[in-house]
Design a protein around this ligand. Sequence first.
Ligand code: FAD
Length: 799
Amino acid sequence: MNPRVVIIGAGVVGSALADELTERGWTDVTVVDRGPLFTPGGSSSHAPGLVFQTNPSKTMTELARYTVEKLSALTLDGQWCFRQVGGLEVATTEARWHDLKRKHGLATSWGVEGALLSPAECAALHPLIDPSKILGGFHVPTDGLAKAVRAVEAQARRSMERGARFLGEHTVTGVGREDGRVTGVETDRGFIPAEVVVCAAGFWGPRIGEMVGLTIPLLPLAHQYARTGPVPAMAGVNDLVLEASRPILRHQDQDLYFREHGDRIGIGYYGHRPMPAFTFGDDPMPSVLDFTPGDFEPAWRESVDLLPGLAGTAVEEGINGIFSFTADGFPLIGEHRELAGFWVAEAVWVTHSAGVARSLAEWLVDGQPRIDLHEADLHRFEQVQLAPDYVEERAKQNFIEVYDIVHPLQPMERPRPLRTSPFHPRQVELGAVFLEGGGWERPYWYTANSASEVPARDDWSARYWSPIAATEARITRERVAMFDMTPLKRLEVSGPGALGFLQYLTTNNLDKSVGSVTYTLMLGFDGGIRSDLTVARLGPQVFQVGANGPLDEDWMRQHAPAGVQIRDITGGTCCIGLWGPLARHVLQPLTRTDFSHDALRYFRAQQAFLGEVPVTAMRLSYVGELGWEIYTSAELGLRLWDTLWEAGRAHGIAAAGRSAFNSLRLEKGYRSWGTDMTTEHDPVSAGLDFAVRMDKGDFIGRAALGSRPADRRLTCLTLDDPASVVLGKEPVFAGDSPVGYVTSASFGYTIGRTVAYAWLPVGLSVPGTPVAVEYFGERLPATVAAEPLFDPKMERIRR
Ligand SMILES: Cc1cc2nc3c(=O)[nH]c(=O)nc-3n(C[C@H](O)[C@H](O)[C@H](O)COP(=O)(O)OP(=O)(O)OC[C@H]3O[C@@H](n4cnc5c(N)ncnc54)[C@H](O)[C@@H]3O)c2cc1C
């Protein structure tokens, strides 16, 4: 297959994509750009090109690592496209210095080598730094400078040698379509037919999206970049052709970064007010606005403070350059759902450009990217997150926080509250402490509950946590608790063919009697885990699917045959998890339906009335205790809560939050998709092969099972010292070698120590194996444990 492809935009993304596609044999590629080649005037034409690879996201780090690898091997007429001068991030505050240790851990987890350096070592690498101003730095030798404009041309030339065309001064004015497919692009110089159109139009992408009725949720924001005059202390330091020799430098405590331009210094600043650049009307917004010196004043002051040698010069030129920000800081990659063949690669930094291009090329050519892209998927957002006001608010906040120390649990502050469950008023009365996920207010613990004695925590792991979680976990294990499960996505799949469709879509056997509930996996065609689902058969062809998020619905819709309906019922319904040894004591008196162990077995669903409230109760437990997920429609939610609460009082019921929930599920070994496993993992490695029925007939991914190297395994660890806590993403060491990384972790209140799941080589995944988890630079001894740690015989659930 060699389809005709049109890429809109000859920036660093468009040209990298042309290169990656033509390398894979898709040679009929036309790249069109409004501007002249190869500096068409988008963000890439102005980017100073600093590439710091380390990111809290493994995906983003891998995208950056490939960009480094690829651009390092590229030249344009003998000139460099990437200079591996190294990257140095310095700390001027204790908090930052502490955080650099975490960052070093993240780099190690994702396979990027780096080192923490003393002030003197930093100054030795970058002599402009005043070592008395810093506490230390984090150095990554493979980071460096991308020459974006050269990288555009070098990749363009290579793809043209393979058959691609680059057309400058062609403005796309429309997108052709027929029968739900793209047919090409309309330009001011005529129509260019294509089977695949990729929008890589940078921050103008939303305008192209409008042409095809697609929301591309990004906000163009201006960012200041200035250059000094010659710096006396740098005279003769750099060869003019090589431009730079010292590491690119970040001073994140003051929102600053620096690079060398010969004997001058370039300074980038994120400390100014967010300056959105809306693209209204027909005139294309320029990618560079006039420099506003007033906004830059603090930047200059702080720059001279860190790099005193700058005092001998001044800012000579500057821009307010525009590029894209998104609601969560990740790019936007994927295909339009209503217009087949229309793809998007937007909000991509130079840093991730080649990585994104490679992944998208794999997606187009092979049907799926090799690395997990769920964080960057165009369809990851809930509808409410596509509102322009939401995108603007969140994107601006992301700009503000781009260099901040952000805790993994830190919730957005605005716009909140956005989505609340029907139980919200009661949760507020009980003093719920809400964090946020998918726009939902999610109680983490309730201050109405008392705190328990647990080991003291360090400041970082104590954030967004309370010893009350220990009480809530204990009440769940000893009595009974109510968990708000409303935010979990619920889909109703129905219609003739619904069973066959779900059988083909997932790994477990769903062809069971009405009332059955099944834990099952959705795989990609390559056998990687796309999601895990709980599917309840409520009628012969009616299923309620407990899913992980919008991407599950998206994948289902892509494969649903005519006649099968998929309805998101999340907002119109609600759910309470009623769990604990006394759960039946609470529930049974409320209903005439028999909820005894024999009448409603584990993994069975039952419709019933609890008092006046019609519910669907599913006997499942994500926390490892007897109980039910109890669903009803949203308008009855408050009544359901009150009914259970009243009945539970005699049994010491409590409301419990996500913090306790996470601890309980890890003690039980229950995985969470997106954190513990992703498309990069297969069911056996993730310990989920019990949910795969090879004998049930064909399903997506079946043919590929067993074809991947099964050299790693999701492994349960416990930290040896009961006072040690880790949170996730930390590197795991065997001896002195990094061997893997933690996915989820939580203190296990029942077992009295921290439980961590980690991807480790199979050889180390043996119970009793000693390892260490590095947390802020400290190696915490840990031991591989047999799982699950709690109630392996399932005696508490099946009774
Ligand atoms: C001042 C500044 C500093 C930055 N610093 C860094 C940094 O240090 N590190 C880093 O990684 N990133 C940095 N960035 C971000 C980075 O430059 C961008 O994210 C990246 O260049 C975007 O590349 P792109 O190919 O997606 O978009 P662009 O380079 O903007 O290319 C999009 C192209 O689409 C074309 N186009 C748009 N509409 C149409 C149409 N209707 N018809 C035809 N063509 C069209 C445009 O002409 C443009 O050439 C910086 C950006 C700026 C502005």
